[in-house]
Design a protein around this ligand. Structure first.
Ligand code: PAF
Length: 285
């Protein structure tokens, strides 16, 4: 595996691959890799001849009171995992490669209808930071395909919309959430959980499953389902930010024409804020 830390290096590498007619995939990450990330790499490997993984803890997507400084940085371990997963190039730039103006970033990308709801209400500016850094990575790497985890479902929808609206020629692939045996979605932020909090956290998956079961049985009392989910989380000892049933295409409230629903939640416990979701297709083939 090659390692690049500058924009010039990664561009030169991709230029060579393109000249050889190879298809290139990008897996954007913030590092601290786990089995969830490795599943993204496997999906990328399946769709391309060469796989680039970026590891960049993006300051622009963290609010002032959030965990940017504490976010786990484990580049040496990440490198070992990426080698074993047959990644071709690790792109691990320092902040000044991505934000050369000393952190100032006058240009921001906002996906207006999608960034203000759900997590956007609790993390103002977060999705602008995500969309902006992903657009930069797409411009730097110019991949044919990019893979994102569906655990961050709102992020996935926003990136897909941004890519479509800005006519960026990158195919966006979503990879299914990877879970621990007790249902907890794998996340770098699970590291923040104490043993007691870790034992409580699978309540998130259980609450989502209960909501999906009601929807699947034909229950369309969305407010009732949301309030039951919220209660289940609170009773388990979590502090929910939201528990919502939405149309999976645009994150708006469900409507008659909805083809797929998604139940999304964000809940806090101790120092961690955990997010998860489950989808339910309504149009069955
Ligand atoms: O999901 C993440 O790890 C980040 O939000 C991403 C997409 C790498 C952008 O910084």
């Amino acid at each position: 595996m090659d390692v690049a830390t500058t924009v010039a290096e990664v561009r030169a590498c991709v230029r060579n691959w393109r000249q050889a007619g190879l298809r290139v995939a990008l897996v954007p990450t913030m590092g601290n890799l786990h089995a969830g990330h490795l599943s993204l790499l496997a999906a990328a490997r399946f769709r391309a001849d060469r796989v680039i993984t970026s590891v960049f803890v993006n300051p622009l997507q963290f609010g002032p009171a959030e965990d940017f400084a504490a976010y786990p940085r484990t580049l040496a371990e990440d490198r070992v995992l990426l080698e074993a997963a047959h990644c071709d190039l690790l792109f691990a730039p320092p902040v000044d490669q991505i934000y050369p103006d000393g952190g100032a970033q006058p240009t921001l990308i906002t996906v207006r209808s999608l960034a203000a709801v759900l997590c956007g209400q609790f993390r103002p500016g977060h999705f602008d930071g995500v969309a902006t850094v992903v657009a930069k990575l797409f411009n730097i790497v110019a991949p044919d395909v990019a893979v994102f985890g569906e655990k961050d479902f709102q992020q996935f929808i926003i990136i897909r919309r941004m890519t479509l609206d800005l006519q960026i020629p990158v195919e966006i692939i979503g990879a299914p959430t990877v879970r621990a045996p007790d249902g907890l979605a794998l996340s770098s932020r699970n590291r923040y959980l104490s043993a007691q909090e870790r034992a409580i956290a699978p309540a998130i998956h259980r609450a989502l499953q209960a909501a999906v079961q009601r929807l699947d049985a034909g229950d369309r009392n969305y407010l009732g389902i949301e309030s039951a989910g919220w209660q289940a989380l609170a009773v388990a000892g979590l502090r929910p930010d939201y528990f919502a049933v939405r149309d999976a295409d645009d994150l708006q409230p469900p409507r008659t024409a909805s083809r797929e629903l998604v139940v999304l939640t964000a809940a806090r416990i101790g120092k961690a804020r955990l997010i998860d979701n489950l989808r339910l297709p309504l149009v069955r083939l």
